[in-house]
Design a protein around this ligand. Sequence first.
Ligand code: NAD
Ligand code: ZN
Length: 246
Amino acid sequence: MERVSFSGTAIERLRSGRVLVLTGAGVSAESGLATFRGEGGLWEGRDPVELATPEAFRRDPKTVWRFYTERREKAAQASPNAGHRALAALEEALGERFLLVTQNVDGLHERAGNRRIVRLHGSLWRLRCTRCGDEDEDLDLTASHRCRCGGRRRPGVVWFGEPLPEGAYEQAAEAAARADIVLVAGTSSIVYPAAGLPEIGREAGAWTVEINPERTAISDRVDERVPAASGSALPALVEASSPGAD
Ligand code: NAD
Ligand code: ZN
């Protein structure tokens, strides 16, 4: 494991404060799932507007479904990595002091055991009818793309230009404003409003820590940067902050 170190402030606040964790596609990279932007990313050679908008789905639902079926199959085959497991352990240790806000739709945080979770961008495992709005879980990829009402079902993810699930952002922003520490891991911090959560926390007095091997759009505005992969950094952080460690 890489050697990763954290400030005393981060460790102290993890031990006794309220903790908000914000994650993005990078935390699933070590599970073998592609991130969105950059080399080898999901958008490389593709136009998101052709795949991840309501207009694209109306125009060409088969192509959009093909893209999501492929992602769902990959996510089903992937397993939570050490970073996911560390966040599940952190929730277990902190209980109500902990909230996980994720932009990920792959379900790996849930499979690792996190329950105190706000999904800002929906889930690959939920299907929603575009006619009657009925929503169902489909964990084994067997559900029909047609609803009982005859309408077409779509992946329950948030597409470009769509509002976030009702109440999700409000819950996340409220937790950010109350947090003593905000950990941001594996996100390029380009997509708003998610990318604004660390700033909300910081303005209200939280210590902000960015875990990302690359610099991002918010790197200049966090208190601490940990330039490491989340699969190494998150377990190291949880270890360092567990009672008895020093
Ligand atoms: P991103 O691909 O923009 O950024 C991934 C980040 O992870 C990068 O900064 C990269 O340096 C970092 N990273 C890579 N490997 C890492 C590792 N091992 N450990 C830690 N960090 C690592 O992904 P994002 O920030 O999650 O994108 C924001 C959101 O935009 C997405 O979650 C997604 O919901 C949304 N989006 C959705 C769609 C859609 O299909 N509906 C389309 C485009 C964007
Ligand atoms: Zn329906």
